[in-house]
Design a protein around this ligand. Structure first.
Ligand SMILES: Cc1cc2nc3c(=O)[nH]c(=O)nc-3n(C[C@H](O)[C@H](O)[C@H](O)COP(=O)(O)OP(=O)(O)OC[C@H]3O[C@@H](n4cnc5c(N)ncnc54)[C@H](O)[C@@H]3O)c2cc1C
Ligand code: SF4
Ligand code: SF4
Length: 401
């Protein structure tokens, strides 16, 4: 196990190491000769502080890297999530990336399908870019029980040894992917926004925002297989369906399932009918809307246009709107045809969730960063804008796109 400790006999309490810790995980306690550095439990064992100490008072012991035989692992897999037998689009979106990466690496794409009654969906996955589909069909898998799905996916990986596995960062995918990665003792990069390949080394390049979205980090998994990554829905687009594509469809038997470990007793619809990820038009409001009452204007316009209301994070934080409406790095990624940003500054964490075709921004501050992302910008009061839009849409009897 990796560990870190301060060698008290060497530490003089100079505090230099504090500046070297990006996680604020070092403090200095005590007076005079007893003044010593202390490592806090927020330490991530990153090792950045070690070189800051000129007295060699920080001792970091790293885990020994166990080199797996990775040469047997081949191919790019996409776990294609389904719900009640219907494919989720995120699987098709990931197939387009898997196809591109597999072509770069000169390997195959396999779609993996697991569920209660799903075999008839396999040809669709070939049409969207897979070379082969491996499916496991079992009535016990009709519900999305992440523990049972972990058993199945782990078994399939151990048998077929894929080099790369991509999964959707849906609610279910976010539970399944880390369980499978932990069982396989491999790495997992969550919420990637870009995927690429290092052709020479055969590595998946997994890019995602880091340090609060202030920089983009590209992560690799050099020593373990499979290389696992999740991507949120709507970050990528599916390929155009090509019904002429041919591929293999392989049925795998269900492994032994620990179906006593957890049972699903009831499913509760939590979205209240709102799915900003599916809407074609989003009226999105930020702090500039001024009051919770003014959000009703956005709701009225969204209703008139057949769209939905989205928000920036502060509106969720202050309880004005539920989390399900939040766009951004810690909310949803949305890809409407039209995104109208009302009183939103355009922080990088908000922009990370916008994959819209057209963005209209309304902001009183002409320097607001949202204007850099906008196709059309209006410098002005967003409340007046919403009132005028409602009036105009009603007067002209304009209907949804
Ligand atoms: C780790 C992390 C994750 C985060 N995740 C997210 C996320 O997922 N989603 C998200 O949105 N944020 C996220 N944030 C917060 C983000 O950094 C910003 O603080 C947030 O997006 C700002 O929201 P805002 O634009 O509504 O508010 P503000 O930044 O306060 O901007 C309000 C804007 O309204 C304008 N304005 C004021 N009055 C009016 C008016 N009458 N008419 C028109 N314009 C007006 C102002 O000029 C200003 O540009 C995250 C932050 C961190 C650190
Ligand atoms: S650990 Fe090193 S840098 Fe930190 S306070 Fe002690 S002597 Fe100074
Ligand atoms: S190892 Fe990293 S996180 Fe831990 S104290 Fe040093 S710099 Fe901070």
């Amino acid at each position: 196990m990796a560990s870190i400790k301060i060698l008290k006999q060497k530490c003089i309490g100079c505090k230099k190491c504090i500046a070297g810790c990006p996680f604020g995980a070092i403090t200095v306690h005590g007076e005079g000769k007893e003044r010593k550095a202390v490592i806090l439990n927020t330490c991530t064992l990153c090792g950045a502080c070690v070189d800051y100490c000129k007295f060699a008072a920080i001792e970091l012991t790293k885990d020994e890297i166990v080199h797996q035989d990775i040469s047997k692992y081949q191919g790019v897999w996409v776990y294609c999530e389904q719900y009640k037998g219907q494919l989720r689009t995120v699987g098709l979106e990931l197939l387009s990336q898997a196809r591109r990466i597999a072509d770069l690496l000169g390997t195959d794409v396999t779609a993996v399908l697991v569920g209660g009654s799903i075999a008839d969906q396999a040809p669709t996955l070939i049409s969207y870019g897979a070379d082969q589909v491996i499916y496991v069909e079992d009535a016990r898998l009709a519900e999305l029980n992440d523990l049972l799905y972990t058993d199945v996916l782990t078994m399939l990986v151990k048998k077929h040894l894929p080099s790369i596995i991509l999964l959707g960062a849906t609610g279910f995918g976010r539970s399944l992917a880390p369980r499978v990665a932990a069982r396989l003792k491999t790495g997992l990069t969550a919420d990637c926004t870009k995927l690429d390949a290092d052709i020479e080394k055969g590595l998946l390049l997994q890019t995602r925002p880091a340090f609060g979205g202030n920089l983009m980090a590209t992560i690799i998994t050099p020593n373990h297989r499979p290389q696992m990554a999740t991507v949120r829905p709507r970050v990528f687009s599916p390929l155009t369906l090509d019904a002429s594509r041919q591929g293999r469809i392989i049925h795998e038997a269900t492994p032994t399932l620990n179906d006593k470990a957890a049972q699903i007793l009831e499913e509760i619809e939590s979205s209240g009918g709102v799915n900003i990820g599916e809407a074609d038009i989003l009226i999105s409001v930020g702090k500039g809307i001024g009051s919770v009452k003014n959000i009703e204007l956005a709701q009225e316009l969204a209703l008139l246009l057949g769209g939905a209301v989205a928000v920036s994070r502060p509106l969720v934080d202050c309880g004005w709107m539920p989390y399900l409406h939040q766009v951004g790095q810690t909310g949803k990624t949305v890809a409407p045809r039209l995104y109208i940003a009302c009183g939103i500054s355009g922080a990088i964490q908000h922009l990370a969730g916008i994959a819209a075709e057209k963005v209209v921004a309304v902001n009183t501050d002409p320097e607001a960063p949202i204007f850099k992302r906008a196709d059309y910008g209006i410098v002005g009061d967003c409340v007046k804008f919403l009132e005028a839009m409602i009036e105009e849409v009603k007067a002209k009897n304009i209907h949804a796109l």
